[in-house]
Design a protein around this ligand. Structure first.
Ligand code: ATP
Ligand code: MG
Length: 332
C-alpha cells in the first residue's frame, strides 16, 4: 500500500505548495533584499492551525538561500523554546554557530553575539511568536544589523495587543501575510499530492479523500493526520483499500495522535503544566500553581504560567472555565 512513508509525515515539505503562490510571492519579494546581501524588511505569517504557516516560512527561506549561498537561515519554535536564552540558543545552533558553546550556564548574550558575528545576512524564523516568554527576545534580534525576522503566529490582533508601544511601532509597517483555512477542494488537492507521492495507485477512493477533506475543516495538519491514521489502520488490517467507513473509524485516533505530537513539542515548563492538568483530570488554578511550584526546578513567574496555560488552551491541550480565583483547568 505504501510506496513512500515520508509523504505521510507531518514534517514532510512538499515540492509544491498548492494554493499559496500569492502569499509565497509576497514574502519572497519582501525578503529578497537579503538574497542580494542587504537587510530585508521583517515579515509576519498569520493564520489558523494547519494553514501552512510553518511550511511556507521554511519554503520561502530555502528559496532565498538557494539564490544566495551567503545567506544564513535558522528556525526556532517558541512552543519548544520560550525563554530568551532557549530561543537564541536554538537559533544559533540551527545556524551552526554554537557548536562549541554549552547551553547550560551560558548567558543569552553569548548566543546573540554569535548571531551578530555571522558574515552576511541572517534570516531568523521565529514560529509561534506569541508563546515567547518575553518579547524582548525579538528586540535583541532586530538590534543586530544582519538579522531579518520572519515571524509566525496564529492571530495578528492578539499578538499586537501583547506588544508594547515600541514593538507595535517597529512591526506596525512590517509585511503581513494572512493565510485562510483551505477549502474542501484545496484540501482534497493537498491530500491527493500526498497520496500520489506516498501510496500505490488506487488504494484510496475519491469519496474517502473528500470525507477526510471535509473532516479536516480547512486544517491540513488534521487532513494529513487522518490520512496517515487511515493508511496505518488499513495496513494493520491487511486491507487493500481505504474506504470512507475506515476514515470514520480512525478519526478519534488521528486526533489523539495530533495532540500527542503537540505535547512532544512542549518544553519543560509547558509540559509540566500540561502533565499536572492531565494527571488531575480537572483542578482549580490555585492547586495547579501550588503543584507546579512544588515540582518545577526553576519555576517561571505566575504571569508566564498563565500565558503558557492560555497557549495550551488555544491548542486544545487543556480547557479552562471560569475567571480569577474561580478558574478551573481540565484535560478533556
Ligand atoms: N499548500 C500546501 N500544499 C501542500 N501541503 C501543505 C500545504 N499547506 C500545508 N501543508 C501541509 O500541511 C501540514 C500542516 O502545515 P503547517 O505545519 O505548515 O501548518 P501551520 O499553519 O504551521 O499549523 P500550526 O499552527 O498548527 O503549526 C504540513 O504537513 C504541510 O506540509
Ligand atoms: Mg506551524
Amino acid at each position: 500500500m505504501i510506496t513512500d512513508a515520508r509523504a505521510l509525515q507531518p514534517d514532510f515539505v512538499p515540492q509544491e505548495l498548492h494554493h499559496r503562490e500569492g502569499e509565497i510571492d509576497a514574502l519572497t519579494t519582501t525578503l529578497r533584499p537579503v538574497a542580494d546581501g542587504f537587510a530585508g524588511e521583517d515579515a509576519f505569517i498569520f493564520g489558523p492551525s494547519g494553514t501552512g504557516k510553518t511550511t511556507i516560512a521554511h519554503y520561502v527561506v530555502d528559496l532565498l538561500q538557494q539564490e544566495n549561498l551567503d545567506t544564513t537561515t535558522a528556525y526556532v519554535n517558541a512552543m519548544s523554546n520560550s525563554t530568551r536564552a532557549d530561543a537564541l540558543y536554538a537559533l544559533a545552533r540551527d545556524a551552526e554557530v554554537a557548536y562549541d558553546i554549552r547551553k547550560e550556564g551560558s548567558h543569552a548574550s553569548r548566543f546573540l553575539d554569535r548571531i551578530g558575528d555571522i558574515d552576511g545576512q541572517f534570516i531568523a524564523i521565529v514560529d509561534e511568536v506569541h508563546v515567547l516568554e518575553d518579547y524582548s527576545t525579538l528586540q535583541a534580534l532586530w538590534e543586530e544589523p544582519n538579522v531579518t525576522l520572519l515571524l509566525v503566529c496564529l492571530d495578528e490582533e492578539a499578538l499586537f495587543a501583547e506588544f508594547d508601544q515600541q514593538l507595535q511601532s517597529r512591526f506596525g509597517g512590517a509585511r503581513k501575510v494572512h493565510l485562510d483555512r483551505y477549502t474542501v477542494a484545496e484540501m482534497t488537492a493537498i491530500l491527493q499530492g500526498r497520496v500520489n507521492a506516498g501510496l500505490r495507485p488506487g488504494v484510496i477512493r475519491e469519496e474517502a479523500l473528500e470525507h477526510i477533506a471535509d473532516l479536516a475543516a480547512g486544517d491540513a495538519r488534521a487532513g494529513i493526520a487522518l490520512l496517515r491514521s487511515a493508511v496505518e489502520q488499513a495496513v494493520a488490517d491487511g486491507r487493500e483499500e481505504i474506504t470512507q467507513a475506515l476514515v470514520a473509524d480512525v478519526e478519534v485516533d488521528a486526533r489523539a495522535d495530533m495532540r500527542a505530537h503537540r505535547v512532544r513539542e512542549l518544553d519543560t515548563d509547558k509540559r509540566l503544566l500540561y502533565e499536572i492538568v492531565r494527571e488531575a483530570g480537572e483542578l482549580d488554578a490555585g492547586t495547579l500553581h501550588a503543584r507546579y511550584e512544588d515540582r518545577a526546578q526553576d519555576p517561571v513567574a505566575r504571569s508566564t504560567r498563565r500565558k503558557y496555560l492560555g497557549r495550551l488552551s488555544e491548542y486544545e491541550l487543556v480547557y479552562s472555565d471560569g475567571v480569577g480565583r474561580g478558574k478551573h483547568y481540565r484535560h478533556g
